[in-house]
Write a protein that binds this ligand. Structure first.
Ligand SMILES: Cc1cc2nc3c(=O)[nH]c(=O)nc-3n(C[C@H](O)[C@H](O)[C@H](O)COP(=O)(O)OP(=O)(O)OC[C@H]3O[C@@H](n4cnc5c(N)ncnc54)[C@H](O)[C@@H]3O)c2cc1C
Length: 496
């Protein structure tokens, strides 16, 4: 027998209504809204960010999306990526089948799928079974610069989708008797509004990249971490899901860490040119932890933050505070910030102009300097002898052309005679992968695996990726599960 419904919840007054309410206008929200609108549903799309700042991580991503070439290989590859953190096989199968359709869908909505030219380097784990399935695409001739995002935004604008900016979803409206989600309370202009979702709510509001309490609780090995993506993803979808009984998964997985500069004046991180694995710039440079000692190959190309350790993959160790220590040659060789705006919120959205000679950032105190290593160590509160020994040892390695501690092979240049410089580094990430657990129909499920009626999700909020990550997999998943969520949401019978 169908449970009785709660008339007091159902008979309330609504400010807005639509068949499907999509919460979060990034890649997943766009794919969901486009698919639902094309299927004839009325769609409201909410974003927390004001107009011009929407788009989330998708807007500032490197713009690649995954289109796998065969479901069989894709299934093997995803299982191998998950490794000791397995994901249920029905989910793996759904992902493997749907990811093959991304190009066809993207072209159908008006996109121009172009394969990245650096294959097979784009295969992040070529040794894993099924890795031949990886094909990375983007929109148009140029990779980066928000191009794929702009295409998605145009496709949303071309359809009857009612977009509300600066309207964060605050809490889901649940009929506690039937457990159905029948709407959402959002905030608009400082007031709460109640939105009726006649068929379903789809949460596509990203991860918890800007929620330091969740980062402390869920991400292994970091007590703080900052993002190079949108500042608007604060874990709201996780909180809203938990309030209505959602299970969580993959909360300990994230695309990071890397090491970057974070300053109070900006919400997102600045990447340092010297730490990019492919940039060779003049001058001596090492990174040290609070003990004044090196702890890694500073130029190692991590796999989205994972490094090979003891025969397995683990998150890069980031002992804080960490300092980039460098010499006058590097300081004088041009901007130490990697400011090219191909991707990243700081580059694309904040548009900060780093000075050509680094003097402005020295003046701001983002870069610190001292005439000797001893003075620099005192300034940074590092053990003086350790910092001096670390630089001396590095200089010896450079003479012998062999880094006996960490095997670094790039920028193997000794320090000059001073003055010396330092930048404090923080752990940084692209995005988190955890959130409410979803099933093959993109429904959010409870701890017992049963779906919460009329509640769906897509994108990095509760992503399928549990351990290792293949670049372009996130936007690919936004497309795939956005379509799945929309198809099933539209197929719901409106609640009465
Ligand atoms: C620099 C960078 C490069 C990357 N490069 C790639 C790449 O090339 N390929 C790839 O696959 N992945 C890449 N990633 C990861 C990828 O961008 C994201 O995982 C993916 O875009 C997430 O899409 P999404 O729609 O789930 O979330 P997002 O795109 O982050 O969108 C979430 C939206 O929800 C909104 N929101 C948040 N809270 C609320 C709320 N309460 N109510 C309403 N709206 C809310 C936000 O404002 C945002 O617009 C990159 C990430 C970064 C940061």
């Amino acid at each position: 027998m169908k449970p009785k419904s709660d008339a007091s919840v159902r008979n309330q007054t609504w400010d807005l209504e639509a068949d499907v309410v999509v919460v979060g206008f990034g890649g997943a929200g766009a794919a969901t809204a486009i698919t639902a609108a094309e299927a004839g549903a009325s769609v409201i799309l909410l974003d927390k960010a004001p107009k011009g700042q929407e788009g989330g991580n998708t807007r500032v991503a490197a713009q690649g999306y995954l289109n796998t070439s065969s479901p069989i290989s894709a299934r093997a590859y995803l299982n191998a990526l998950c490794g000791p953190h397995p994901v249920p096989q029905d989910m793996v199968q759904t992902w493997a089948e749907e990811m093959c359709h991304n190009n066809a869908w993207f072209a159908q909505i008006g996109g121009d799928p172009q394969e990245h030219q650096h294959q097979p380097a784009g295969i992040e784990f070529p040794d894993l079974p099924g890795s031949d399935c990886v094909h990375k695409f983007h929109h148009g001739d140029v990779l980066g610069y928000s191009k794929t995002w702009e295409m998605l935004a145009q496709a949303v604008a071309a359809r009857p989708i009612d977009v509300h900016y600066a309207t964060p979803g605050k809490r889901l409206i649940q009929d506690r008797l039937t457990q159905e989600i029948i709407g959402i309370v959002a905030e608009s202009g400082g007031k709460e509004i109640r939105i009726n979702a006649r068929k379903a709510v789809v949460l596509t509001c990203g991860g918890f990249e800007n929620n330091q309490e969740m980062i402390r609780n869920y991400l292994p090995g970091v007590h703080s971490c900052y993002t190079s993506g949108t500042p608007y993803n604060e874990g709201d979808g996780i909180r809203m899901g938990m309030e209505v009984g959602a299970d969580l998964w993959h909360m300990n997985n994230y695309a990071g860490p890397s090491m970057a500069l974070k300053v109070p004046e900006f919400p997102t991180t600045f990447s340092m040119m010297a730490l990019h694995f492919s940039h060779e710039i003049p001058g001596g440079m090492i990174v040290v932890g609070p003990d004044g000692k090196r702890f890694t190959d500073e130029k190692y190309k991590t796999r989205h933050g994972k490094v090979r350790k003891s025969g397995t993959w683990a998150a890069l160790h980031t002992p804080c505070p960490m300092y980039l220590i460098f010499d006058q040659t590097m300081f004088g060789a041009g901007p130490i910030y990697d400011g090219k705006p191909t991707h990243g919120w700081t580059q694309i959205m904040s548009g900060y102009h780093w000075s050509q000679d680094n003097q402005e950032e020295l003046r701001k105190g983002w870069i610190k300097t001292a005439p000797t290593l001893k003075d620099l160590a005192v300034l940074l509160a590092l053990p003086v002898n350790n910092l001096r020994d670390s630089v001396a040892r590095w200089n010896q390695f450079c003479v012998a052309r062999e880094d006996l501690d960490f095997g670094r092979t790039k920028m193997v240049t000794p320090f000059d005679g001073g003055p010396y410089y330092a930048v404090e580094l923080s752990p940084s990430m692209l995005n988190t992968q955890g959130g409410p657990r979803r099933n093959t129909r993109a429904q959010i499920v409870r701890p017992d695996g049963t779906p919460i009626p009329r509640l769906y999700s897509a994108g990095e909020l509760g992503s399928i990726y549990s351990y290792l990550y293949q670049g372009t997999g996130n936007i690919g998943e936004c497309f795939a599960f956005g379509r799945i969520a929309a198809r099933n949401a539209v197929a719901e019978t409106p609640w009465t």
